[in-house]
Design a protein around this ligand. Structure first.
Ligand SMILES: [Fe+2]
Ligand SMILES: [Fe+2]
Length: 285
């Protein structure tokens, strides 16, 4: 894909952003959350299928689903906060004005997403869960660091979007949760379309300069990032707030539980094919 072709995609995406803009101000918020209702698709709850999950009755599972929603929305807030600050630093720094023009929409949309995600968390849990992301020590030259920034954003958004897609369509869930997931899914479909084109464009442009060591470094970095991303979906504060008897023990054993591993592998397989095709990620085990 040459620069002209990539620019054509960027112009289309900018037009789509202008024409289909979601306004968080239009959301009608229920006065309070009903803890006796589903706020998260049960099969997506972090401990689904584990002994801890099997020990809970429906009331406890529904209560847990509210805090799982708060965790999912919180991790989005922190991902978007990072993305907005990092992408903003890349605006108008090179000879590619069409890219900056589109990235302004991207940043604007992420800012709006933080409004509704944090709006839900603050209204119904009185807090946004703390940022549990770990920054990877990069020490990479700047071209590679830029590539990895956009590859990480893309990877993060693919996983989030799988959750959004499922929950937007799940009729068991409270309408407010479905609506937030729907709004995010619509706008993220543009970000993902951008991410796919952008990564291909950057790879085709730059990969001749990558030696085997650099490629291995990129792959290692993204595999590490994938693991760190998934870790955020398991939060001991969630289990504590939901009233589970052994919140820390639940957290400690959940990540490696076979049913949780299977869940992550399924989503990795379904959503991260492009990164494997580009040989940037290992096959899911
Ligand atoms: Fe977002
Ligand atoms: Fe996004």
């Amino acid at each position: 894909m040459n620069t002209d072709e990539f620019n054509e995609h960027l112009v289309k995406l900018s037009k789509a952003s202008l024409g289909n803009f979601m306004d968080p101000g239009e959301i009608e918020w229920p006065a309070e959350a009903n803890v006796a209702a589903w706020h998260f698709t049960p099969e997506l709850i972090s401990i689904y299928g584990t002994p801890a999950w099997n020990a809970l009755d429906d009331a406890a599972r529904m209560r847990l689903s509210l805090f799982e929603a708060v965790n999912f929305f919180s991790l989005n807030v922190h991902g978007e906060k990072f993305l907005v600050s990092e992408i903003s630093r890349h605006l108008y720094t090179d000879e590619h004005p069409e890219l900056s023009r589109y990235l302004l929409h991207f940043v604007e949309e992420e800012t709006k997403h933080m409004m509704y995600f944090s709006g839900f968390c603050n209204r119904y849990a009185g807090k946004v869960y703390r940022d549990r992301t770990l920054q990877l020590d990069q020490g990479l030259e700047s071209g590679l660091a830029t590539f990895l920034l956009f590859a990480r954003i893309y990877l993060f958004e693919e996983i989030v979007d799988e959750y959004n897609r499922i929950m937007a369509a799940d009729e068991r869930l409270e309408p407010i949760v479905r609506e937030i997931n729907r709004m995010h899914h619509v706008e993220e479909s543009r970000h993902l379309a951008f991410g796919r084109k952008h990564l291909r464009f950057l790879i085709e442009r730059d990969e001749d300069e990558w030696d085997a060591w650099t490629r291995a470094q990129v792959r290692q970095h993204l595999n590490d990032f994938l693991g760190l991303t998934w870790k955020q979906y398991y939060n001991p504060d969630v289990y504590e707030d939901a009233g589970l008897t052994d919140a820390f023990g639940t957290w400690h054993s959940a990540y490696d539980d076979p049913s949780c591993q299977k869940h992550r592998t399924r989503i990795n397989r379904q959503r991260l094919g492009l990164l494997r095709e580009l040989e940037l990620l290992e096959d899911p085990s």
